[in-house]
Design a protein around this ligand. Structure first.
Ligand code: HEC
Length: 164
């Protein structure tokens, strides 16, 4: 009988200890002023984010033609070496030529660039002209890309494959 009571007493003490422990823990967790977590919310206009980018249909069609017929000679960023036979069509070039100049160029070609008068319809030519006028200046390959370097990396003197 006495043994039994002792057993219960031990259990009671253990339970008490557990309760104290839990209470201490609850107090720690329940003291936000000690360790405040600041939650910031940033409202997004989800409708705007999920909406399709507004690319005019003719520019979109022109870009497809560009990728198929022109990019391999003009768009360095799309090429493994970044080097192309034709120049990067910077905004100053396309605005300098104007629509008529661009059309003339595409129709006639040069000794280094094919003529597109038989391979693009007048409507396709209009579309590709609309697209090239949207090529932004910052789409040009960077110095690092042209030199085959990681951005900002210093060239290793005498390294094999060094392009400097
Ligand atoms: C086979 C390569 C090649 C293809 C394909 C090509 N071009 Fe060219 N393009 C050139 C070269 C090279 C020049 C530079 C002029 C020259 O050397 O004759 C040039 C020049 C131009 C210029 C004038 C740039 C300037 O500085 O005045 C425009 C505009 C142009 N290309 C647009 C296009 C468009 C648009 C297409 C696709 C429909 C296209 N090119 C396809 C090689 C090409």
């Amino acid at each position: 009988m006495a043994q039994r009571r002792a057993k219960w007493a031990v259990r009671g003490v253990m339970l008490g200890a557990l309760m104290i422990g839990l209470a201490a823990q609850a107090q720690e967790g329940g003291a936000p002023e000690k360790n405040p977590i600041k939650v910031e919310t940033r409202p997004y206009d989800t409708a705007k984010l999920a909406a399709d980018e507004a690319i005019p249909a003719n520019v979109y069609r022109g870009r497809t033609i560009w990728l198929q017929r022109c990019a391999y000679c003009h768009d360095g960023v799309g090429q493994p070496s970044y080097h192309t036979v034709g120049p990067f069509l910077a905004p100053e070039i396309t605005s300098g030529l104007g629509d008529a100049g661009l059309r003339q160029f595409l129709t006639m070609g040069t000794e280094n660039m094919p003529s597109f008068q038989y391979t693009l319809s007048p409507a396709q030519m209009d579309d590709v002209i609309a697209y090239v006028k949207t090529i932004p200046a910052n789409a040009q390959p960077t110095e690092d890309q042209l030199a085959g370097r990681l951005p900002g990396a210093k060239p290793v003197q005498g390294a094999q494959g060094s392009v400097d």
